[in-house]
Every structure is written in structure tokens, then in C-alpha cells.
Design a protein around this ligand. Sequence first.
Ligand code: TYM
Length: 333
Amino acid sequence: MKARVLSGIQPTGSPHIGNYLGALKNWAKIQYDYDSIYCIVDLHAVTVYQQPAELRAKIEELAGMLLAIGIDPLHSSLVVQSAIPQHAELAWMLTCVTPLGWLERMTQFKAKSQAQETIGDGILQYPVLMAADILLYQAAIVPVGDDQSQHLELARDIAQRFNSLYGETFTMPATHLPTVGARIMGLDDPQKKMSKSETGSGHAVSLLDPPAVIRKKILRATTDSNPAVEFDSPAGHPGPGVRNLLTIFQAFTGWSDDNTQAHFTGMRYGDLKKQVAEAVISALEPIQTRYQEIMADRGFIARVLANGAERITPIAQDTVNKVKKAMGLYSDS
Ligand code: TYM
């Protein structure tokens, strides 16, 4: 039997090249080697207010995008989290074994709770729901970008705690990061992770940006005062902005470090940016074409999501039954 993979993405904002290089590209790549489940996590999205009609539209668009980047519904189960009520059911049971201190220590919770005067309980519980997504399917491998590493550690801690309190129940999930592109930084500020919620027009390249927009964003990317690319210089070059551009280039083209260094050493930043932009454009072009084709057949998307849910609901129910039994909760199955 193949090991199980699970990962998720929130249907908020517009998916960008950080999402693609950090996670989605890997999802498509490993789906033939594992029993894969990819989840559009709408219950996570509503931890902050979402305009309902917009959220509903974004779920379908994201499903279309995941198919466009190569998720193959004959091999992977593509699902929407809220269509499978066992996610929320297991999340409650896991909440009850999770010490509050573990959640208050999470970087994402600390950042979000400091930024707002009042904060929804959903933000605190967010990583427990994420642990439930993973543990519900006994996933062994979770392909994500580096920003999810802390959440994954917590998922393992929760699984371990449950297993030691109630007996072996959950598989321990391993974090799977890409070798290049695990943390793509913002083009406008290479100290900040590229993020869907950041609204600056020069911050992220969306997977649906037309070529002219991609060129403009990359040509304006923040670099440093050096005129040309240098590697391992005593002055600390390449700086974070240039390093980010080189990472984007390598992640899209698959070029080795040696080839990249030989090719770009001494190149002026303007020329580097042009080459990075063209690499991004040519990688996104086929994805954008497929996306338009897929979005013309909404019935197809609905069928893929329904089939995915039908295929994996028995796995989710089986875990919930096991957990209820282990905890002594009432169950007639
Ligand atoms: P989300 O929706 O923020 O991002 C989806 C995936 O994209 C990765 N990613 C990045 N990778 C590299 N560079 C970046 N700048 C960048 N920005 C985002 C993320 O690491 C992620 O893999 N909590 C998750 C969703 C989730 C989940 C799960 C993931 C819910 N349940 C269960 C795995 C397993 C999130 O908000 O991802």
C-alpha cells in the first residue's frame, strides 16, 4: 500500500508563485508515488472574516487552479474541507488534549493577536484544525512551505500526546519541504515572506498575472546598491533581494547552483531581472491556458470535488470511529 500524503491551501487572496514553488509544484510531482489528498481549507479561511459570496467563488477558482497546476483527479483526491464534517469533529477531540500554552506559543497566533485588538478563538484553534486535517487521514507525509513547519511540529506533538493518553491511534506525519523554494520572499521586501494577504501591487506574482504584469513586478523588485550579481562576496552579496530572484529562477528552471552561478556572475541586475521574468512567464503560461479551459467547465470541477469527498470520507469516518472508541465517547458503530 502507498503511503498517504495530505496537504492544504486556504481559498483566500490569489495563489502566488510562493504557494506554487513552496507547495503546489511538489503536490503535483509526488502524487503518483503516494496516495494523495489535497484539501481546500475553507474552515481555516473563516478564522478571519471572509465576504461569503467571494469565499464561495474563491473555493471553485482554487479548485480550478489546483487542477491547472497538474493535480490529477484520477490519482489524487481533491476536496473541500467543509464538505467532510469529520475535520471539525476530530478538531474538537484534539482540542481537548491540547494544552493552551502550546497554542499561545505559536508564531502565527502571536503575530495575529498582537496586530488586532480583538481576536477570534478560531485563530488560536487554527493549528488544532490543521492537525485534524492531517491526522484524520493518517497522513505520513505533508508537503508544505517552510512557514508551516511549526504547525507541523505541533501536529506531531498533539498526535503523540493523544497516543500516549489513549493508546496508538495516529500515524506520525513528516514535514516535506522542497529543496529549492521553501520560502519565497516578497518582491517589494525580501525580508518578508511572500503572502496572499499582502496587498501591495509589487509584492507577489499571482499565478494568473499576465506576462506584462509579471515583467513589471519583477523589474521593480527590491535588490541592493550593488550593480551586478556577485556570489559569496565579503560584502555579503548576493543580498536577500537578489538571492530571492535567483531562487525563483532556479525553482522554475531546475538549474543547479553551479550552472546558475556561472551564468549570472557579473550580470547587471536589470538583465538578471529580465531573465527571471521570462523564466516565470514561460512556466506559468501553460498553467494559465489550462486554467481557462478548466474554468469553462464548472460541472467538471464540481464532479472532481464530489468524487474526492466520496472517496476519502470512509477513511475520515474510520479515524473518527477509532478516536471515539479510544476516548470512550458514545458510538454505535
Ligand atoms: P497557505 O494557504 O498559506 O499556503 C499554501 C501552501 O503554500 C506555502 N507557502 C509558501 N511557500 C514558500 N514561500 C512562500 N512565500 C509561501 N507562502 C505560502 C505554504 O507553506 C503552504 O504549504 N495552514 C496552511 C493550510 C493548511 C494545511 C493543512 C497545510 C490547513 N490544513 C494541513 C498542510 C496540511 C496555510 O495557511 O497554507
